[in-house]
Design a protein around this ligand. Structure first.
Ligand code: CAA
Length: 384
């Protein structure tokens, strides 16, 4: 078995690592305090090609394979989990559904602009329907050559600055999940009202918005896929998005681990370094093995997706394991730092807050377990 990255992937990893450390690591804390990623950073990221990670060259992107994509997300997350989720959501659940399910006209119209930095947002969850996607209440009624969308959405990452939103609504409530349809909604469409920015526990620089749709008229040519195909489009997009969250978790946990190990080698207690004490060594060992296991699951899921194989189960496993790992590792990183880990002067405090939501968004840990169990019971245990 060969787990090595290809020379091209190693080059991408090294490239983004250097950029992230040089360009953003000193500023990331300031973005959190300001509650926003500067527009100039999004422009810079787009110029580097990272807003077109999943977009083919013919539409202005650079068509990375999924493993390369997650290497980028992980390296960005080491310095800013907020920027990482912005890039991940934009690529995985913003641009990818248009690439995979859009008409040629939709691809030509939207993908080049997205590769140039027009942010994409994914608008699925609602105030009363998060995990239970089939139960969403937003409706889309056909009216001649338009659809009229009404309803409320929330937890929309990138919402404040997105140029387009993929909105999922019911065109036939009697059909449940088979009645959901996806739409491309442009930011300035009349009736699309951007709501309040949530004040979150972490990821302060990443904006999370609620939306209201009040008689939003969408031309039929902006329907994404067929009527009734919305649920499957959302699920297929989330298969990729969840690998992105796993990569974000690897980045944040990897950074927390590095900080903890470094601190343990300089801080002394009882006449020796923390790193010379067995309880600390055990924490370091437990952090490292969970990180490594998460990395393997994440890389495997990414490889399956890159090679066009089904990956819902593996993507759920990667996201579940990596997000719980990140909670564990960032918790232990604070423990190694003692009281210093609890104050804002030390980065591990931020890492801990940022990690927490990874067990919730793009499908909670409970939903990932459900996806894994259903897949195992339906398809059996595939040989690894
Ligand atoms: N790819 C393609 N098709 C899929 C699929 C996938 N990954 N998963 C399911 N389907 C298909 C099934 O095969 C089935 O098709 P048929 O009826 O033709 O056989 C159909 O979809 C319905 O599947 P289920 O019966 O499994 O559907 P369900 O109603 O029981 O729901 C669920 C399953 C796993 C609970 C799903 O609703 C789910 O994943 N919920 C969580 C949603 C989620 O992640 N929300 C987060 C939103 S995004 C966010 O956090 C904000 C942000 O900005 C980042």
């Amino acid at each position: 078995m060969n787990y090595d990255l290809s020379p091209e992937q190693l080059e991408i990893q090294q490239h983004i690592h250097e950029i992230a450390q040089r360009e953003w690591s000193l500023d990331a804390e300031q973005w959190e305090k300001a509650g926003a990623i500067p527009h100039a950073v999004i422009t810079q990221i787009a110029e580097m090609g990272f807003m077109g990670l999943v977009i083919p060259e013919e539409y202005g992107g650079n068509a990375y394979d999924t493993l390369s994509l997650i290497l980028v997300i992980e390296e960005i997350a080491k310095v800013s989990a907020s920027l990482a989720i912005c890039v991940s959501v934009h690529n995985s659940v913003g641009a990818w559904p248009i690439l995979a399910f859009g008409t040629e006209a939709q691809k030509k119209k939207y993908l080049p602009r997205m590769a140039e930095g027009m942010l994409g947002a994914f608008s699925l969850s609602e105030p009363d329907a998060g995990s239970d996607v089939a139960g969403l209440l937003c409706t889309a009624r056909r009216d001649g050559d338009h659809y009229v969308l009404d309803g409320a959405k929330n937890w929309v990452t990138n919402g404040a600055n997105a140029g387009i939103f993929t909105v999922y609504a019911s065109t036939d409530r009697s059909k449940g999940s088979k009645g959901l349809t996806a739409f491309i909604v442009e930011r300035d469409t009349p009736g699309l009202v951007l709501g309040k920015k949530e004040e979150k526990m972490g990821l302060w620089a990443s904006d999370t918005l609620s939306l209201t749709l009040e008689g939003v008229r969408i031309p039929v040519e902006n329907r994404l896929g067929e009527e009734g195909a919305g649920f499957k489009i959302a699920m297929a997009a989330l298969d990729g998005g969840r690998i992105g969250v796993a990569a974000q978790a690897l980045g944040v946990a990897g950074a927390a681990f590095d900080h903890a190990v470094r601190y343990s080698t300089v801080r002394k207690a009882f006449g020796k370094k923390l790193s010379e004490m067995q309880p600390i060594q055990w924490m370091i060992a437990d952090m490292a093995r969970r990180l490594e296991a998460s990395r393997m699951l994440t890389h495997r899921a990414a490889w399956l997706r890159s090679t066009g194989q089904p990956c819902a189960r593996e993507s759920a496993m990667a996201k579940l394991h990596a997000s719980e790992m990140a909670t564990f590792v960032t918790h232990k990183a604070i423990q190694v730092h003692g009281g210093y880990g609890y104050v804002r002067d030390y980065k591990v405090e931020r890492f801990y807050r940022d990690a927490r939501v990874m067990e919730i968004y793009e499908g909670s840990s409970e939903i990932q377990r459900l996806v894994i169990a259903r897949s195992l019971l339906r398809d059996g245990v595939a040989p690894f």
